[in-house]
Design a protein around this ligand. Structure first.
Ligand SMILES: [Zn+2]
Length: 250
């Protein structure tokens, strides 16, 4: 029995999920987020874009679609139990890990001060060798990593944020979701239903919910089998700072 065979039990006091699009967080780590929140953690969701290109009708109004998708994401976030959602309103389909996005993410991290950040694994270019991971998912993942280290913790990075009263902050752990290489598995047997309820809120994006439910139960069931539970979500965990380091004063 190795550690990877056991359900992952560590829980952050505060965590932030950084996602490219509305619905990513719910297809991603929603059940883990719900489990942690139920146990007393405080979670915050950041959506880099509002999903204004997430449709197939060339005559649709992107601003109307963005408003609808923000509404859907807020409803889903309520199901999961996040304390709040921030939309950065970056362009859907054209997200770039540039200084603008990174400064936004550093501002969010220094404001909310999470122990852990959950973001898409940007190294996952070909998910299970059966498709291509969306460019925005990769850009959001790289931007989240670069915001966590070194920018959020470096008081000399983005000095205008420090001048605005947002002190440097150390995020101790990164949990990369949608990874081809999960190193930890969280038991979500009790909250997989909340993930499904959150997904149901994204009606504009999901035409066949039964298919999504089947896929969600199958993929979480197969990750769960690895650790002997009904359902699990997998993450590639990066411990940026050991837990026993002296916590900084906020
Ligand atoms: Zn997405």
């Amino acid at each position: 029995m190795t550690l990877a065979d056991q359900p992952h039990e560590w829980r952050p006091e505060r965590f932030m999920v950084i996602a490219a699009h509305p619905d990513d967080a719910d297809f991603g780590p929603a059940a883990t987020a719900a489990k942690w929140i139920d146990a007393g953690s405080v979670g915050w969701l950041v959506c880099c874009t509002s999903g204004d290109a997430g449709g197939e009708d060339p005559n649709a109004d992107p601003l109307e679609l963005a408003a609808l998708r923000e509404h859907e994401q807020r409803a889903a976030a309520e199901v999961v139990g996040y304390a709040g959602v921030t939309f950065l309103h970056m362009p859907d389909g054209a997200l770039a890990n540039d200084l603008i996005l990174r400064e936004h993410l550093v501002r969010e991290i220094r404001t909310f001060r999470p122990d852990a950040v959950l973001a898409t694994d940007p190294q996952n270019l070909f998910p299970r060798d059966a498709g291509i991971n969306h460019t925005d998912h990769r850009a959001a993942g790289f931007a989240a990593i670069d915001a966590v280290y070194p920018a959020a913790r470096n008081p000399m990075a983005f000095p205008s944020l420090a001048r605005a009263g947002l002190a440097a902050h150390k995020v101790r752990r990164l949990y990369m979701f949608w990874t081809n290489d999960p190193t930890v598995r969280v038991d979500i047997s009790a909250t997989v239903v909340r993930k499904l309820d959150a997904l149901r809120a994204h009606a504009s994006q999901i035409k066949d919910f039964d298919r999504i439910e089947g896929w969600t139960r199958e993929s979480s069931g197969s990750l769960g089998k690895d650790i002997g539970v009904e359902a699990a979500e997998g993450f590639h965990l990066i411990i940026v700072d050991e837990d026993d380091e002296e916590p900084e004063s906020a």
